[in-house]
Design a protein around this ligand. Structure first.
Ligand code: COA
Length: 339
C-alpha cells in the first residue's frame, strides 16, 4: 500500500495587481520586475479575504476532484496563519463539513506543501489516517511591507489542496519517497522578525502593543467542558483501536491544563485517580511541552516503568485533540533543570 493523490483544487483571490500598479507607489518598474523575476502580475488579497477563505475554497475543490467526502485528516501548511493561535486547520475542516476530524497546521514556509505531502504520506501509510486533505494556503502579502520594493513585488496570495489516500505503488498518482532538509543557521536570511515569541508586536511608538487583541483570550468554561468530553471520547477510541481496555492501562498521561479536567476525564473513563499522572503543580500548562515534560518527570522518578501501558491524550485550542496508547520503552532519562 502507498499514498496516492486522489484529488486537487486551487483558489486565488479576485484582486489582480500588475507590475504597473506596484510601480505607482514604489520606486520600481514593470521592466525591472519582469527582467529580474519573470513576474508580471499577481493575485493579492484585499479587504476581508484571508488565508482561511482561500483554504476552504481550495479544499472544497480538491474534495470535489477526489469525489469523496471520507476525509479523516486536514493539514494546512501556511506561513500566514489566520491567527497566531489556534491553528487554522480545525476551522477549515469545520467549514468543509469535516468537524471532528483530525486537523492541524504545519509551518515550513515555501517548503510547507512538500513537507505536508510527506506528512500526509506518513499518516496514510502508517494507517493513522485513511484520507488526508492537505492544503497549502497563503495570504502572505498581509505580512509583506507595501513600502519595501525588494519584497512587495515578488509575493502573491492563493491556496492549493490535495486529497491523499491509500493506493498501490504502481498506481498513477502514487507518491514516492522524499528527501527533506533544513538549515537553521541561515534562518535570518528570509524571515518575519517580529510578532513571534522573540519580538512581540509593538505599536508605532515602539511600545509593546497594549490591545488585548494581541494576547490570548479564552472562554474558560467552554474550553473546560469540551476538554473533558473530547479527551474522554478520544481516549476511549484510542484504547479500543489498540485492542486494550481501560483496566489494562497503567497511566493516563494527559495534557496538563487543569487537574480537575484530568480527574473528570479519569472518572468518565472509569480509570482510578491514582493512575492519573500529573505535574501541573510544578509547571502549569506548558502547551506542546506538557506531555514530554510529564513523561520525563515520571520516567526519571521511576514512577513510569518500562512495559507499562500509557494512555496519552491532549486537547487544546482549535479545538483540537488527540490520543494514543504507548508501551513505555526502557529509556535513559535526564533531569529537566536548565543546568
Ligand atoms: N525595483 C527596482 N530596483 C530594485 C527592486 C525593485 N523592485 N528591488 C531591489 N532593487 C534594487 C536594489 O536596491 C539594488 O540596488 P543597488 O544596486 O543600488 O543596491 C538592485 O536593485 C539590485 O538588487 P539585488 O537584490 O542585487 O537584485 P537581484 O538581481 O538579486 O534581484 C531578487 C532581487 C529579490 C529578485 C532576487 O534576489 C531573488 O529573486 N531572490 C530570491 C527571492 C526569493 O525567491 N524569495 C522567496 C524564497 S521562497
Amino acid at each position: 500500500m502507498t499514498a496516492v493523490i486522489r484529488g486537487i483544487g486551487v483558489c486565488v483571490p479576485p484582486n489582480i495587481v500588475t507590475n504597473d500598479d506596484i510601480s505607482k507607489t514604489l520606486d520600481t518598474s514593470d521592466l525591472w520586475i519582469r527582467e529580474r523575476t519573470g513576474i508580471e502580475r499577481r493575485y493579492m488579497v484585499d479587504g476581508e479575504i484571508s488565508t482561511m477563505d482561500l483554504a476552504i475554497k481550495a479544499g472544497l475543490r480538491a474534495i470535489e476532484s477526489a469525489q469523496t467526502n471520507k476525509i479523516d485528516m486536514v493539514i494546512v501548511a501556511t506561513t500566514s496563519p489566520e491567527r497566531l493561535c489556534p491553528a487554522v486547520a480545525p476551522e477549515v475542516a469545520d467549514k468543509l463539513g469535516l468537524k471532528g476530524v483530525a486537523a492541524y497546521d504545519i509551518t515550513s514556509a515555501c517548503a510547507g506543501f512538500v513537507y505536508g505531502m510527506a506528512t500526509a504520506k506518513g499518516f496514510v501509510e502508517s494507517g493513522i489516517a485513511d484520507t488526508v486533505l492537505l492544503i497549502g494556503a497563503e495570504a502572505f502579502t498581509k505580512f509583506v511591507n507595501k513600502d519595501d520594493r525588494t519584497t512587495w513585488p515578488i509575493f502573491g496570495d492563493g491556496a492549493g489542496a490535495m486529497v491523499i489516500g491509500k493506493g498501490e505503488p504502481d498506481e498513477l498518482g502514487a507518491i514516492g519517497q522524499f528527501d527533506l532538509g533544513a538549515d537553521g543557521s541561515l534562518s535570518d536570511a528570509l524571515c518575519t522578525h517580529a510578532g513571534g515569541a522573540r519580538q512581540r508586536v509593538k505599536d508605532s511608538l515602539g511600545q509593546h502593543a497594549q490591545s488585548q487583541a494581541y494576547y490570548l483570550s479564552m472562554n474558560g468554561r467552554v474550553v473546560y467542558e469540551n476538554a473533558v468530553s473530547q479527551m474522554t471520547q478520544s481516549s476511549l477510541k484510542a484504547v479500543r483501536q489498540n485492542d486494550l481496555t481501560i483496566e489494562e492501562l497503567d497511566w493516563m498521561i494527559g495534557h496538563q491544563a487543569n487537574i480537575r479536567i484530568l480527574q473528570t476525564v479519569a472518572y468518565e473513563l472509569d480509570l482510578p485517580e491514582c493512575k492519573v499522572a500529573s505535574n501541573i503543580a510544578d509547571h502549569g500548562n506548558t502547551l506542546t511541552a506538557s506531555i514530554p515534560l510529564l513523561l520525563n518527570d515520571y520516567a526519571h522518578s521511576n514512577q513510569l516503568k518500562p512495559g507499562q501501558k500509557l494512555l496519552i491524550t491532549a486537547f487544546g485550542a482549535g479545538f483540537s485533540w488527540g490520543s494514543t496508547v504507548v508501551t513505555w520503552p526502557d529509556l535513559r532519562t535526564y533531569p529537566k533543570e536548565w543546568n
